[in-house]
Design a protein around this ligand. Structure first.
Ligand SMILES: O=P(O)(O)OC[C@H]1O[C@H](OP(=O)(O)OP(=O)(O)O)[C@H](O)[C@@H]1O
Ligand code: HPA
Length: 180
């Protein structure tokens, strides 16, 4: 039913799953080399489907946790990043892999990385399912990127429009009449 609101599919479920396998191998090789046991920190809520798909492929030791930060109201980045829920685990002297669904303006990742550094983390990396470089206002890149997307508001696979469409198993663009 909600799929009827989609104008076009940008990334199919199969494409996303295949890319998750590649990303997981790359990440695993890097952490095996460093010997670290990282904390994989998902940023709620958008990262949940991607994080689930990714971590089940990891064979190295890791711990998982979640944080909730918010910087969006509808489709608008509101600039300041608020922490709504902090991690449960202590991150001092730990390696952190932040899991994001999308890097857009880059404001969220800049603030989150700053926060982890201030808390005494050894190493902070980021894996994002999507990267929208054309919208960047902060100079920041993720260490691992699933796909680059054009300057369009995308939904599905965790990404929402006003909290809806996160449960779509693919990434798509909504029909223009939905944004009323
Ligand atoms: O690069 P930026 O412009 O900062 O945008 C990226 C952030 O915006 C979205 O989060 P949102 O605050 O909408 O929370 P959500 O994951 O619950 O949808 C998304 O999940 C990223 O965390
Ligand atoms: O394109 C997007 N879609 C959903 N949420 C987002 N948060 C930043 N950019 C986006």
């Amino acid at each position: 039913m909600i799929a009827q609101d989609i104008e076009k599919v940008l990334l199919s479920e199969e494409e996303i799953e295949n890319r998750c396998v590649e990303l997981a191998h790359q990440i695993e090789a890097d952490y095996k080399e460093s010997g670290d046991t990282p904390i994989i920190v998902g940023l709620l809520k958008g990262s949940v489907p991607f994080m689930a798909e990714l971590i089940k492929r990891f064979e190295f030791p890791c711990e998982i946790d979640f944080m909730s930060v918010s910087s969006y109201d509808g489709t608008e980045s509101i600039g300041d990043v608020r922490i709504l829920k902090d991690m449960d685990l202590s991150c001092k002297n730990r390696s952190i892999l932040v899991v994001e669904d999308i890097i857009d303006t880059g404001r969220t990742l800049v603030e989150v990385k700053k926060m982890f550094k201030n808390k005494g983390c050894l190493d902070v990396r980021c894996v994002t399912l999507l990267d929208k470089p054309s919208r960047r206002v902060c100079e920041i890149e993720a260490d691992y990127v699933g796909f680059e997307v054009p300057n369009e508001f995308v939904v599905g696979y965790g990404l929402d429009y006003n909290q809806k469409y996160r449960n779509l198993p693919f990434i798509g663009v909504l029909k223009p009449e939905i944004y009323q």
